[in-house]
Design a protein around this ligand. Structure first.
Ligand SMILES: C[S@@+](CC[C@H](N)C(=O)[O-])C[C@H]1O[C@@H](n2cnc3c(N)ncnc32)[C@H](O)[C@@H]1O
Length: 280
């Protein structure tokens, strides 16, 4: 693929970090479903993606690090926790949950109300799995954070990044916030939707050999705005699996055009790839 020329608009000097924080707070408190791209994923699709990415219970999952960059109602997060707990109990029946599991998950969500209800759901799931209340609270605090994934400080080195990133057109993002994103992400080109820098940042946080498993629109693979992301993936990563999900009921609501599952790994490009379109 040919590299694509890009023009980046830098944020105006008047755009202070205080202003940016105020914009994020506004989105976190008020944003309508459309302006934060909230569409939730069906359980069977989540399980399929976790399997494809290799987040399976036969692995020592407590020794791995997984990131969910926009966890919403927990459609990925809760099944991930179930897999983690089962794998951990089998490997370390007498292990300490805090020592063994605190580093296993990082999950981010922008919307405050959504964050709080999923935080409670995580604690309740840990309780159902027999965890003591104070360990459950400590783990939920270690795992979950509320904020903007595109700006949040996060340590790299994840073995897995999984989820369904938000779909937000540029017109719906406040101008100063969009300028801040543009100054940080080389893939925001032309009319790129917010899921494009989500993929860029997620890839940048993968460890060597780590896998990203997303369900999201596949337009970046085909159209003009996806040029810089395609270049990045083809130069530094390996697109392992592509499953076309058009006409397959992947979500709880029916709104994303051209959804696809993609598994991308941080490894030398050029290995085996698998492409599929499910029959209906
Ligand atoms: C498409 S939903 C996916 C939720 C969940 N991952 C799933 O698969 O069901 C996207 C979520 O991203 C959140 N979100 C939007 N912008 C965000 C941002 N900049 N940082 C983190 N989360 C964000 C939305 O509030 C919403 O809950």
């Amino acid at each position: 693929m040919q590299p694509v020329q890009m023009t980046l608009e830098l944020p105006s000097p008047a755009c202070t970090s205080k202003n940016i924080q105020a914009l994020i707070d506004h989105l976190a408190l008020n944003a309508e479903v459309n302006s934060r791209g909230a569409i939730f994923t069906r359980r069977e699709v989540v399980d399929f993606i976790l399997d494809l990415a290799g987040y399976t219970e036969d692995q020592p999952l407590h020794t791995k690090r997984l990131l969910e960059p926009s966890f919403g109602g927990g459609d990925f997060l809760l099944p991930v926790i179930e897999r983690l707990l089962r794998a951990w109990r089998a490997a370390r029946p007498h292990g300490s949950p805090l020592d063994d599991l605190s580093g296993a998950i990082r999950a981010v969500e922008l919307h405050r109300e959504t964050f709080s209800s999923t935080y409670e759901a995580v604690i309740s799931l840990l309780d159902q799995h027999g965890m003591l209340a104070n360990s459950a609270t400590a783990l939920a605090k270690a795992w979950l954070s509320q904020g903007d994934f595109l700006l949040a400080p996060l340590e790299a080195g994840f073995d897995f990044v999984v989820g369904n990133p938000p779909y937000v057109r540029q017109e719906l993002i406040p101008v100063a916030l969009l300028a801040e994103y543009r100054s940080r992400y080389q893939t925001i080109y032309d009319r790129a939707d917010i899921y494009v820098p989500f993929i860029e940042r997620s890839l940048s946080l993968l460890s060597e050999g780590g896998n990203l498993g997303f369900i999201c629109a596949d337009r970046w693979m085909k159209n003009r705005y996806g040029g810089p992301l395609r270049s990045l993936v083809s130069e530094r990563f390996h697109l392992k699996v592509y499953v076309d999900m058009v006409d397959t009921p992947a979500f709880h609501s029916d709104v994303i055009a051209y959804p696809a599952i993609t598994i991308i790994s941080r490894e030398t490009p050029g290995g085996d790839s698998y492409c599929a379109s499910p029959s209906h």
